[in-house]
Design a binder for this molecule. Sequence first.
Ligand SMILES: Cc1cc2nc3c(=O)[nH]c(=O)nc-3n(C[C@H](O)[C@H](O)[C@H](O)COP(=O)(O)OP(=O)(O)OC[C@H]3O[C@@H](n4cnc5c(N)ncnc54)[C@H](O)[C@@H]3O)c2cc1C
Length: 162
Amino acid sequence: MANLNIDSVKDRTFDAIVIGSGISGGWSAKELTEKGMKTLVLERGRDVQHIKDYPTTNMMPWEFKHRGQMPKEVTDENPVISRCYAFNEDAAHFFVKDKEHPYVQDKPFDWIRGYQVGGKSLTWARHTQRWSDYDYEGPARDGFAVGLAHPLQRYCTVVQAM
Ligand SMILES: Cc1cc2nc3c(=O)[nH]c(=O)nc-3n(C[C@H](O)[C@H](O)[C@H](O)COP(=O)(O)OP(=O)(O)OC[C@H]3O[C@@H](n4cnc5c(N)ncnc54)[C@H](O)[C@@H]3O)c2cc1C
C-alpha cells in the first residue's frame, strides 16, 4: 500500500505564525499557545543551547584576550554596534556584526541585532520597566506617537486583538 501522508496539510497548517523568537515573539507564542492556538515560531538565527552556547559565562576579565574590551580593528569594522555598551568580548557572539547585515541609515539609527533563538533577550540588561497605560500614551501626549513602539506594547496589541 502506498505510504501517503494524508496528514501533511493538517500538520503544516497553523492558527498563528510568529516571526522571530525574541521577547516579543517568544511571549506572543506563549500567550497564543496557552490560548490553545497551534502556533509556529520561525527564527532566522541559530539555536542557543543552555550552558554549551554560553562560552564566556564563567570567564574572569583577565581570561579574555583584551580583558573584555574590543580591539580597535573590531570597533573600526563595527562602528554601529560598537556604540552599544555591551558589545564586548564577553557578549560579542550574540551581536549581528555591521558587515553581516548592513542597512541604510537615512537618519542616525543604531540598529543593534541578535540573530538567535531568544533574540536580544540574551543580551538585555535585566532592567524591567513597570509600564502603565499612562506610559504607553506618552508619545501621543507629546505629539510624536508612531504606535507599537515597544515590544511589550506590540505584545499587548496582539493579546488584545485575540
Ligand atoms: C545590550 C542591550 C541591553 C538591553 N537592556 C534592556 C533592559 O535592561 N531593559 C529593557 O527593557 N530593554 C533592554 N534592551 C532592549 C531589549 O532587549 C529589546 O527591546 C528586546 O529584547 C527586543 O525584543 P524583540 O523580540 O522585539 O526583538 P529581538 O530580540 O531583536 O528579536 C527579533 C528576533 O527575530 C529574529 N528575526 C529577525 N528577522 C527575522 C526573519 N526575517 N525571519 C525569522 N526571524 C527573524 C531575530 O533573529 C531575533 O531572534 C536592551 C537591548 C540591548 C541590545
